[in-house]
Design a protein around this ligand. Structure first.
Ligand code: GLN
Length: 313
């Protein structure tokens, strides 16, 4: 695919020249140590090619991208329980907002804001072993990426556990409203560990392939989830994957995507490609600034758009 290869090189070259790179997240002290100079991009195409540029194999903290994998795990265990707890509407609020949760009596708008993700993770954390929940999410990610070297960065998990008071506030409030069942400390610890999974763009792009192929992992041929569930997860990524910038992302990029404050974004061009991009500097809404711009250039250049796909050049 020479057009795609050239485009990926052009995007990486353009991003390397940018001086305004956004702000690295510093509310988790360990993330503040990451240089904003990084940029990585991997496109895993439906026909099995991987087109890469920049820091494609450098591992970074996936943070909220883990909410996608936690949702897949929880839906596989008990989908009705998930949808009793959380809604499917965009929040229009910051990822860690508290005010909407109280106004709506402890029911989070969707599984991708922090409150919703904590409620989903609580379903997985119900186990005697406090490490089991994050372990289950890690095992899923390893299976999807076909890579057992993927691991949790415990320094990042502890760094967030020491400072994650907003998440603790959300979790305690939901415990009071009976949205969360388990011991709050266990749910929080599981959540901080899942967010601290470290992956490269290459590993992340591989882990997203099942959403390109209607829920089927092209490497193993295994149906990870049903085609209907894959469609619905893509819909949630499109409408809720970038918090209060989800509309802007749909407008500019036009693909389902899930961001994390580590600066990664996983985007899905259904039937075409799984795309992972990483640039640690964030926008005011907490989404990768250059990552979004790179995806906009890629989606536009390839005609990859879920609303009105153009023929590939
Ligand atoms: N662990 C982060 C938090 O809860 C994840 C947020 C994000 O990536 N948007 O604050």
């Amino acid at each position: 695919m020479p057009a795609l290869e050239q485009l990926v090189v052009d995007i990486a070259t353009a991003m390397a020249e940018r001086t305004a790179r956004g702000r690295v997240a510093d509310y988790i002290p360990e993330l503040a140590k990451v240089s904003p100079a990084h940029f990585g991009l991997v496109v895993a195409t439906a026909d099995g090619h991987e087109v890469v540029a920049g820091d494609a194999d450098t591992r970074f903290s996936i943070q909220s991208i883990s909410k996608l994998f936690a949702l897949v795990e929880a839906l596989s265990r008990d989908a009705d329980a998930v949808w009793r707890r959380v809604g499917r509407e965009p929040s229009g609020s910051a990822f860690n907002s508290i005010v909407q949760l109280e106004a709506e009596r402890g029911r989070p708008r969707n599984p991708f804001i922090n409150a919703g993700a904590l409620a989903v993770t609580d379903l997985i954390a119900q186990d005697d072993d406090p490490r089991a929940g994050a372990g289950a999410i890690l095992r899923l990610v390893r299976r999807l990426a076909g890579d057992d070297s993927i691991a949790i960065d415990s320094a990042v998990a502890y760094s967030e556990a020491a400072t994650g008071h907003r998440n603790a506030a959300l979790a305690h409030f939901m415990k009071a409203e009976a949205t969360i069942d388990g011991p709050v400390e266990q749910t929080l610890s599981t959540y901080f560990h899942q967010c601290a999974i470290a992956m490269s763009c290459r590993q992340l792009a591989r882990a997203g392939r099942f959403l390109v192929h209607g829920g089927r992992d092209p490497a193993s041929g295994e149906a990870v989830i049903s085609a209907e569930r894959a469609r619905r997860i893509n819909a949630l990524m499109l409408t809720c994957g970038h918090y209060d910038a989800s509309g802007e992302f749909a407008f500019r990029v036009g693909l389902p995507g899930k961001s994390g404050v580590g600066g990664g974004i996983l985007a899905i061009a259904p039937g075409r490609a799984s795309i992972a991009v990483w640039s640690p500097g964030l926008s005011a809404q907490g989404n990768s600034l250059l990552g979004t711009e790179a995806l906009e250039m890629l989606a536009h250049g390839m005609g990859w758009n879920v609303f009105n796909p153009d023929p590939a050049p």
